[in-house]
Structures are given as C-alpha cells and as structure tokens.
Ligand binder design. Structure first.
Ligand SMILES: [Zn+2]
Ligand SMILES: [Zn+2]
Length: 329
C-alpha cells in the first residue's frame, strides 16, 4: 500500500510503499477513502507532541470501509463505511475511564500518533472506537467531522449556554462549530488572524454576526470564547472579551506560551480551561447532531502524495474549512 510516513519530527513526510497492516484481535482492517489533515498533524511534524511512535503514519480523521475483521470482531459488516477518530484506545478501567472521562485515560492511545493513522491506503483500528457516519455527508465532507467536529463539539459543550460566543481562529473546527452554534440560536463572533479578510468573509458567509481581527477588541461582550488557534496571547485577549462568569475554552493540543496577565481579567469567576481529546460519547452526540443539521462542510481535497502541500497550506492559513486527503492516484 501507499502511505505517507513521518520518519522524524522536522522532516517532510515520505511517500512509502509498505505491507498492508493485518487486523489484530478486536481490530478492523480498513480501506481508507479519505483522511482529514488536522492542525495536530502539524504539531506532530513539528515535534511539539511528546514521544510519537516513529516512524508513524499520521492522520486521525479517517473515513474508511471495512475490509476484514480481526479475531473476535463481528461488526460493522464488511463494506460498511466507518469513521476513525483521534481516540484510538483506552484502558477501560482507570478512574477516568470509569467516570466518563476516557479522554483523560493515562493509557489512552491516539490514532496517527501512537499508532499508524490514515495517511495511507489501508489502516487498522480498534472496532470499539470506530463510528458509523451520517450517510448524507460524502467522504470528503465526513472526514473533518471526525476531529474538527468532535473536538470542536467537546469545546463547544464547555461554553455552556453562552448566547454570545466568540471563536478565535476560524479553521476547520470553527467553521463546523459556528454552524452548530448558530443553528442552536447563538450569536457567533469570529476572530481571525489580523488581516485575514478572506477568513472573515468566510465566517460571515456561514452566519457569524461579526468577524474581525483577533487583535481588535470585541465589539460586544461575550458569554464564552473558544480558542482554536494555537496562540497563547489569545487567552488574555479572550478573557478581556468575556463577561463576568464567562469561560474561555482552549481547544488545541498545543499552544504557544500564555503571557502573564493581570488577575482582574480572571476576577468575577471568569474561567480558563483546556479541552483534551474526546470521548466516544462526544462522537456519538456530535455525529447524531451532524445527521440532523444541514452542516455545510467545506473541504479541499488533496491526493495522498500531496500531504506535504496540504500541511503547508494549513500552516499558511490558505484553507477555508478543512484539507482532506483522498486516495485517488
Ligand atoms: Zn483508562
Ligand atoms: Zn485533530
């Protein structure tokens, strides 16, 4: 099979010809149809995530069809379309797993990081962590639901019942979650990198009430803010924008250092929190929501061999929505 392989952080991915993997006990062998390119993949390539499996095949927004069952697996049936997210496995018995917080499991394993992911024609995944996908989304549209959607949704849940929601960084996750928020009657304000007029126009086209530069003051107070950009200076900026009692949610796996800020920005029960990974419950809830809502998923397709270009475009902020690899030659 063809695969894009990261040999070491800081290097470009290498197009390799590898043996097809074999489904072990509890696993599915999957033929990959599409795989989203996530900002986390950039952090992996840049060496910002500790101790990756190396070499590793990145990719954790996998749309695939079931080709074979490993021992002990009876479903989903051969030929079924499934999605494989970032959460690849958990221990199932630690205090976090036992209390509905499997996203925090110390032994959690992550797709395209600690085991091989979807930048390849085939992959294997634990059947218990694969999900049916709403049929109305094509492969290119379904892929971004699996991380941008799921982790974006987890972040969004922590915004509580915020009516005025600020979104900092308007990429793949933001473009989906803004639509969910607006469909649920909330007012969305989008903050992009300064001067990104295309990103601001994109946010407005999706229904944002306001879009502007992240270094501008918010035109109105916010009840909550979601930060999708990996930029620590946005934390005090968002705290300045939220009302007393408001929450700032940091949704990324990596962020540049958060600068010191005066305590008065946190005073009045403002709260800053991170969101880590996802639980299977997040996946079930979000995918059910996606099946109901008419989400307009903006994906730009790249061939598998163009993965480095897709990553460069993501880094450069050139993608409105999500980049997705396809397996066409
Ligand atoms: Zn656990
Ligand atoms: Zn991701």
């Amino acid at each position: 099979m063809r695969a894009m392989v990261l040999d070491a952080p800081g290097r470009a991915l290498r197009l390799a010809s590898l043996e097809r993997p074999i489904a072990g006990p509890g696993e599915l062998l999957l033929r990959v149809r599409a795989c989203g390119v996530c900002r986390t993949d950039l952090h992996l390539v840049d060496g910002e995530l500790p101790e990756p499996k190396l070499p590793v095949i990145p990719g954790h927004e996998i749309v695939a069809e079931v080709v074979a069952h490993g021992a002990g697996v009876g479903s989903p049936p051969i030929g079924a379309r499934v999605g494989v997210p970032w959460l690849g496995a958990t221990c199932g018995h630690c205090r976090w797993c036992a209390s509905g917080q499997e996203n925090l499991c110390l032994e959690a394993r992550f797709t395209g990081y600690q085991h091989d992911g979807g930048y390849a024609e085939f992959t294997v995944a634990d059947a218990r962590y694969c999900f049916a996908l709403p049929a109305k989304y094509g492969d290119l549209e379904a892929a971004p639901l699996l991380c941008a959607g799921l982790i974006g949704y987890r972040a969004y849940r922590y915004a509580g019942d915020a009516r005025r929601l600020g979104i900092y960084g308007f990429g793949a996750a933001a473009h989906l979650i803004a639509q969910v928020a607006i469909a649920q009657g909330r007012r969305v304000l989008a903050f992009t990198r300064p001067g990104d007029h295309e990103g601001q126009a994109f946010a407005r086209a999706l229904g944002a009430a306001w879009a502007g530069n992240s270094d501008e003051a918010s035109p109105e107070p916010l009840d909550a803010a979601l930060i999708f950009a990996p930029v620590g200076t946005l934390v005090p900026a968002a705290l300045r924008a939220v009302e007393r009692g408001g929450t700032v949610v940091c949704a990324g796996i990596h962020m540049s250092d958060v600068p010191a800020f005066p305590y008065r920005l946190l005073w009045h029960e403002r709260c800053v929190r991170s969101v880590a990974n996802l639980t299977r419950r997040d996946a079930q809830e979000f995918l059910a929501l996606a099946a109901e809502l008419p989400l307009a998923v903006h994906s730009r397709g790249y061939r598998l061999g163009e993965a480095n270009r897709a990553l460069a475009d993501l880094r450069g902020g050139l993608i409105a929505g999500a980049a997705v690899l396809t397996m066409e030659r």
